[in-house]
Design a protein around this ligand. Structure first.
Ligand code: PBG
Length: 323
């Protein structure tokens, strides 16, 4: 008998052959583009640590979203940079807050584009933490009221989905109750259920101006060493009424995405965060990686691990590459 009988290379012989047996595919509808919106008009300020990403005033945001829609991407997620921050994150839940105004402008100007809002306080507090500070720590239960108000104000403005990212205990239930009590029982919650205290958020904090002024987020975000705890977090969020779950960051946590895929029957999202994006772009700028291939390989790996959709700063470029 000749050796070897089995030759896996037979099915890799040409692109048409590889295409036939490809297990995982990417489609623009799977990409959600994160966008940062700020006060002013005609503002399009590039974020130094995230080349190709901008702080956009609402008029510019609308233009950016028209492009996103034309490329067929799944939607956008909004982060607001308020005029002024205070101890109580007042603008996070104000009907005239930056995010609320941005949502209204998008619903008017770019119909049929899915608009998700990030529900968190860190961009809105003077201290940069995700909630109310009591005795030097973020007070869980006091923060829930802010989050419930913020999610409600986003839903009122027309948000298609609200996505809490603060990691307070009980926030999904608090938000669900507040939405339902005000008639927004149709607004889904995408929970950042397994969100780690990650160094890879560094560039985002420059973009969103949300670096904590003291300490860090390890008393509320998860320890990167823990996988089982992620399952416990996701179980709780589903019990509390989450419609979809998210794992964040993505590439360093593919095992968690896979575990979630196997265990749950709800849609699973994964956030390829700012640091994951900026590492690839920086290496490409140095000529060490091919940008397009690194972008597509990173996204396919997240999809292969089991994510239904990806929040990614590559959304537009990847959609173009698939074009
Ligand atoms: C919190 C929030 C953060 C990110 C998304 N939502 C930052 C944080 O937890 O410090 C990070 C996203 C990224 O790095 O791209 N509002």
């Amino acid at each position: 008998m000749p050796f070897p009988i089995h030759r896996k290379r037979r099915l890799r012989v040409s692109e048409p052959m590889r295409r036939l047996v490809r297990e995982t595919r990417l489609d623009p509808s799977q990409f959600i583009l994160p966008l940062f919106t700020c006060p002013g008009e005609g503002v399009r300020r590039e974020i130094g640590s995230m080349p190709g990403n901008f702080q956009l005033s609402i008029d510019e945001l609308v233009k950016e979203c028209e492009q996103a829609r034309a490329l067929g991407i799944g939607g956008v997620i909004l982060f607001g940079i308020p005029e002024k921050k205070d101890e109580f994150a007042s603008e996070a839940y104000a009907d005239e807050g930056i995010t609320q105004r941005a949502v209204r402008a998008l619903k008017r100007g770019v119909p049929n584009l899915l608009v998700i809002t990030d529900v968190c306080n860190c961009e809105y507090t003077s201290h940069g933490h995700c909630g109310k500070i009591v005795d030097g720590d973020v007070d869980n239960d006091a923060t829930l009221a802010w989050l419930a108000e913020a999610a409600l104000s986003h839903a009122r403005a027309g948000a298609d989905i609200v996505a809490p990212s603060d990691m307070m205990d009980g926030r999904v239930a608090a938000i669900r109750h507040s939405l339902d009590a005000h008639g927004f029982y149709k607004t889904p919650i995408l929970s950042y259920a397994a969100k780690y205290a990650s160094v890879f958020y560094g560039p985002f904090r420059e973009a969103a101006e949300s670096t904590p002024q003291f300490g860090d987020r390890r008393s509320y975000q998860m320890d990167p060493a823990n996988g089982r705890e992620a399952i416990a977090e996701m179980d709780l969020d589903l019990e509390e009424g989450a419609d979809m779950l998210m794992v964040k960051p993505a590439m360093p946590y593919l095992d968690v995405i896979r575990a979630a895929r196997e265990r749950y029957h709800v849609p699973i999202g994964a956030y390829q965060v700012s640091g994951e994006f900026s590492m690839i772009v920086a290496a490409a700028q140095k000529g060490w990686l091919d940008l397009d291939r690194a972008m597509m390989e990173s996204l396919i790996s997240i999809r292969r691990a089991g994510a239904d959709f990806m929040l990614t700063y590559f959304a537009k470029d990847a959609a173009r590459a698939l074009g």
